[in-house]
Design a protein around this ligand. Structure first.
Ligand SMILES: [Zn+2]
Length: 439
């Protein structure tokens, strides 16, 4: 990482960031991405970068407090404590805080900043994040929060407490210079890592009143994400007929053999060209080697790149029939997140971000991923959604989870510039931000 090179751990994506941080033209950075040459940047957007660097210590302190408040999705008290911490921070910044209390899952935090959007004004921007992690309580004992090798390490740093802290810092910067011209809605849920069962309707309702959605999930390598696959899960249960494998073989109907046929069949629905994958990730069955198995089950992960494939694949699962008539199949499940397709609105947001990044002195690649986020929900509603706007790092859901510190300030400045909405690609700066840069 030291010489500006970063290798994305997932999807085999290789991206290289330019080392050039000055006002000089950027050099080629990243396979398949064209070179951006920009003139000397206006002072105001540079002031945002300077502001983000000044706030780095405060940002790091907030990150530390968020990470030390462990917040597994399945521990309501723990994740509620993390939401309370974020709520207190939002309140201190002057946000209008609303805590949506939940019974089965952690509370969901909604905060509004800036003056309320008027009917004829630009719609608000939705900042979307989550406070829950996949890490159980006590993980900090083996994975303590620490700063080393230019990184911050610990459970939930990358996915996605650093992104949450970046959003707060960007908001704080804009509030200080009066640069918040558009109402901002920050929604932080506590159930994203388990599929957002209770926060989904809130996310969808808020997205519908907003003109754009910025998702604070980690970057893909160095890239913002403009497309994500949709996801589905199924469970297949087979009931067969038990019998002694030696004495009564022909009286038995093997649930395992039947399941094997079904696994082979559904796996064959994978169509890589369409971005459709069907993967049986878990299976089990039987009781003893000398018993024809009466029961077997499998769990299936499905990913779709196109919305239309959702109904098609659901139809296929519903139509599954046993090959051996003595066996019975029970098939449950469905598509739970629609794909985030690369819509025109999303591409427009990305182009705006890329131009602003160039003015900030870095190349911003674009990527797609097979993983889903809450951005899938908002994008499926037709709201332009840009994702991967949080930290750069490695090891989400893994022991080496960490974020790269040198990328935090530039990306926080970029978030602020995008939220301000008044720094066009031509560098027309907001006057109050300009004033602040001279302070
Ligand atoms: Zn996440």
């Amino acid at each position: 990482m030291r010489n500006g090179k970063f290798q994305a751990e997932s999807e085999g994506l290789n991206v290289v960031e330019s080392e050039n941080r000055g006002a000089q033209p950027l050099e080629m950075a990243g396979k398949g991405f064209c070179m951006l040459r920009v003139p000397e940047s206006p002072i105001a957007i540079r002031a945002l970068l300077a502001g983000a660097r000044r706030k780095q210590a405060g940002w790091l302190d907030l990150l530390r407090r968020l990470v030390l408040t462990e917040s597994p999705s399945d521990d309501k008290a723990a994740v509620d404590a993390c939401a309370a911490l974020a709520a207190a921070h939002a309140k201190a910044l002057g946000g209008r805080v609303k805590l949506h209390r939940q019974r089965a899952f952690g509370n969901v935090l909604e905060v509004r900043f800036g003056s309320r959007a008027k009917k004829d004004a630009a719609k608000p921007i939705l900042l979307l994040g989550h406070l829950d992690t996949v890490w159980p309580l006590g993980t900090l004992k083996q994975m303590p929060f620490r700063i080393a090798d230019g990184r911050a390490w610990g459970p939930g740093t990358l996915d996605m407490k650093a992104g949450v802290a970046m959003a707060f810092t960007a908001v704080e910067m804009l509030l200080e210079v009066g640069g918040l011209k558009r109402e901002l809605v920050l929604l932080l849920n506590s159930d994203e890592e388990v599929g957002s069962p209770v926060s989904r309707p809130m996310t969808e309702r808020l997205a519908q009143e907003c003109g754009a959605v910025y998702v604070l999930e980690p970057a893909q390598g160095l890239a913002y994400k403009t497309a994500r696959k949709g996801t589905g899960n199924w469970r297949i249960e087979v009931k067969g007929v038990a019998a002694h494998a030696g004495v009564d073989f022909e009286k038995g109907a093997s649930a395992i053999r039947e399941l094997a046929r079904v696994v082979e069949k559904v796996s064959g629905w994978t169509d890589l060209k369409r971005g459709l994958t069907v993967s049986v990730g878990l299976m089990g069955g039987g009781s003893k080697t000398n018993v024809i198995p009466a029961e077997a089950w499998a769990e299936v992960d499905v990913r779709i790149a196109r919305k239309a494939d959702g109904a098609r694949i659901e139809g296929r699962f519903a139509a599954l029939k046993p090959g051996d008539k003595r066996c019975a199949l029970t098939v449950t499940g469905g598509i739970n997140r629609p794909p985030m397709e690369r819509t025109r609105g999303t591409v427009r947001l990305y182009h705006e971000a890329r131009a602003l990044a160039a003015e900030l002195g870095f190349e911003l690649p674009e990527a797609s991923t097979g993983g889903a986020s809450d951005g899938n929900f908002t994008s499926a509603l037709g709201i332009p959604t840009l994702d991967g706007m949080g930290a750069v790092g490695e090891g989400a859901h893994a022991r080496h989870e960490s974020i790269v510190l040198e990328h935090v300030a530039p990306r926080t400045a970029l978030l602020a510039a995008l939220m301000a909405g008044s720094f066009g690609p031509t560098g027309v700066a907001n006057s109050s931000a300009e004033r602040s840069s001279r302070r």
